[in-house]
Design a protein around this ligand. Structure first.
Ligand SMILES: Cc1ncc(COP(=O)(O)O)c(C=O)c1O
Length: 282
């Protein structure tokens, strides 16, 4: 297999040639942002929405990357040079505040950001059938700006690892008695035909897949309540599902010891999965 070609600080080069400084702000402080997007058969999926979110994350952290608008072109270039133009996969973008000897204050304004982009083949598990995943709840110990897609993900990886060690596929964060989101996904519940999810706030990432689902609901006249689900109300819900760029839409069959519905992906979740498949095929 040919070596993966990646973008690093203005150049396309083999992955093994990338050298990141130990003074990189990402290495020292997790001082950076990232973005993940999908391509299906080589076509970028909701690329402008991902780019807008990336710009927002950069702006919120005051990281200056003037060439940000070129990111989608770079990804398309990488698809070409890696021969992935007919493939399903993931693109990963990471931008840090650059390489500068370790000090807490921002480095001088002319310090270039470190920019890394890769693309790779990746297929979601086929969860559109009856498969669904187990989840556990986990205390949401993240900072107060979960709306920024920052590379500082320690609580996310600790909780996700904990889920795996308990035989589950996702950790659902609980903050102040309500579900915020998952460690790498947004969480939805369905009760009496109404779809619930946490409203946009600093407590959740504004998931692109979350928004796609909300748009499908609006188009298909499914009632939505942007209202946080209390942990104590979980047992009263008929369905739960998660959304994310990598897992797309996946049913949740169990939360902790509690079986959800009949333990299979529920009918509204399946309907949303089918509608999502149509968007992918477009
Ligand atoms: C904490 C968190 N919430 C939600 C999501 C889902 O967002 P998206 O649908 O844009 O992938 C992610 C994705 O990485 C995430 O890390």
């Amino acid at each position: 297999m040919d070596e993966q070609l990646v973008f690093f600080n203005g150049q396309i080069l083999p992955l093994s040639q990338v050298r990141i400084s130990p003074d990189d702000r990402g290495f020292n402080f997790a001082d950076g942002v990232y973005e993940v997007l999908r391509f299906y058969k080589g076509q970028l999926f909701f690329a402008s929405q991902h780019l807008e979110r990336l710009k927002r994350s950069l702006a919120e952290l005051k990281i200056n990357y003037p060439e940000v608008n070129a990111v989608n072109n770079i990804i398309e270039n990488l698809l070409e040079v890696n021969n992935l133009q007919q493939t399903d996969g993931l693109a990963y973008i990471q931008i840090t505040r650059g390489d500068f000897p370790r000090i807490h204050q921002f480095p001088p304004a002319n310090t270039p950001p470190t920019v890394y982009i890769n693309v790779k083949e990746w297929k979601a598990f086929d969860l559109t059938k009856s498969q669904s995943i187990k989840a556990i709840t986990f205390s949401d110990m993240r900072w107060g700006r979960c709306d920024i897609k920052s590379i500082a993900l320690l609580p996310n990886i600790m909780s996700f690892q904990n889920a795996l060690e308990h035989g589950a596929g996702e950790a659902i964060f609980i903050r102040d008695g309500v579900i915020t989101e998952g460690s790498r996904t947004n969480i939805f519940g369905v009760k009496n035909g109404i779809v619930y999810t946490h409203p946009f706030s600093n407590s959740i990432l504004p998931g692109i897949t979350r928004q796609i689902v909300l748009d499908i609901c609006e188009k298909e006249n499914l009632k939505v309540l942007l209202f946080p689900i209390a942990e104590s109300a979980i047992s009263s819900f008929d369905e739960f599902f998660l959304t994310g760029t990598s897992p797309e839409i996946s049913g949740i069959c169990q939360i902790n010891a509690l079986k959800i519905g009949n333990g299979e992906t529920g009918p509204i979740t399946r309907f949303l999965q089918q509608e999502f498949e149509k968007l992918k095929a477009k």
